[in-house]
Write a protein that binds this ligand. Structure first.
Ligand SMILES: [Mn+2]
Length: 349
């Protein structure tokens, strides 16, 4: 066990240390956070590619004390530096994507413009490169015995991580907190758009047996049809239905019991911050009114663990950056909670 005798968990986070002010190296840490600074296909607010550094800074203010998870941090949490080459590639392709989106938003036909065809090809190839990179990084960490969390970036980033997880778990489910279903096929022509992450995951990963979506409130016909034809592989708990059931007197406990029941034994949490009420994430890529308080989602996560299900990984994505660091502050606290949940779930069996 790492010697923590010189470390004071009650003091403010030391910026020379790692995330949450913790003194662990990657080798020493039981849990490693991989930041993925990528936002090529974001639709509305850009910025999330740079969120990880801001979340790191905000994390120094997060208290290590959590009365549900008293000593989880002692297992060691470590976040890598965001990879500069990936960020540069994201910035370059993002510019290309903006030109392309502007072009198609005027109703122009892509096939009639060789330059735009090449732009689209470059973006799609760049996304494949990113997916492979994430796969290799996360597979390596898993093989070294780490539990792994991914910090986006936009919601396209975890596909490679899902694939690495699938090599270890023949049967797993994703619990997705999100305002959006992300079941679009090649949104705006981008094969690996943030709006297609779950379509691609279901399409490319047979070990993914179940997708349970919570908080959905902005979606299209094609996505609804996909869910309806999935024969139960995709289950959505819509924001409107959840709220109406509560207005009629049903408790959040009873609703969370039903959500948890739909999940298989091995659960991956894919947390798009826009699943929360946008007052908690005003600078996220695609904000939608409605959504949850943080505590409601923590309660759901707690219920997942209490049911005996195992958490096998998480991603946290679409956190924006802001002048007053509010989005990052909320994001850092959620990241800490997810780390605690993940290490605790992996210490018991
Ligand atoms: Mn999403």
């Amino acid at each position: 066990m790492f010697d923590l005798s010189q470390f004071d968990p009650n003091s403010v986070g030391n910026p020379n240390n790692n995330i949450f002010g913790l003194p662990f190296s990657e080798e020493e840490a039981g849990l490693v956070i991989l930041p993925v600074p990528w936002e090529v296909t974001v639709s509305y607010n850009a910025g999330t590619a740079r969120a990880a550094d801001h979340i790191f800074n905000a994390s120094l203010q997060v208290d290590l004390f959590d009365n549900e998870f008293k000593d989880e941090w002692r297992k060691g949490f470590f976040m890598r530096h965001p990879d500069k080459k990936i960020l540069t590639k994201s910035d370059f392709l993002r510019k290309e994507a903006e030109l392309y989106i502007n072009y198609i938003s005027h109703g122009e036909i892509v096939l009639e413009n060789k330059f735009m065809c090449k732009t689209l090809r470059d973006i799609n190839e760049g996304s494949i490169f990113l997916n492979n990179w994430v796969y290799e990084q996360t597979r390596d960490l898993i093989q070294r015995g780490k539990v792994v969390g991914l910090l986006g970036g936009d919601h396209s980033t975890p596909l490679g991580f899902f694939k690495a997880i699938a090599e270890k778990h023949e049967n797993f489910g994703i619990l997705q907190i999100d305002a959006h279903m992300d079941l679009r096929k090649a949104y705006e022509g981008f094969n690996y758009s943030h709006a297609s992450i779950m379509y691609n995951a279901l399409n490319e990963i047979p070990q993914l047996k179940k997708l349970v979506q919570v908080g959905i409130r902005d979606y299209c016909d094609e996505e609804l049809e996909y869910m309806q034809q999935s024969e139960g592989r995709v289950v959505a708990f819509f924001d409107k239905d959840i709220k109406e059931r509560q207005y009629e007197g049903e408790t959040w406990k009873s609703i969370t019991d039903k959500i948890v029941e739909t999940l298989p034994q091995n659960v991956f949490i894919s947390f798009d911050i826009d699943g929360l009420n946008p007052k908690l994430c005003p600078h996220t890529g695609t904000p939608v009114h409605g959504g949850f308080e943080v505590q409601e989602i923590y309660y759901l996560f707690k219920k997942v663990l209490q049911s005996g299900r195992k958490l096998i990984g998480f991603d946290l994505n679409e956190i924006g950056i802001s002048q007053d660091e509010w989005d990052e502050n909320v994001g850092a606290r959620i990241l800490y909670k997810l780390c605690n949940l993940l290490t605790q779930s992996n210490s018991t069996n």
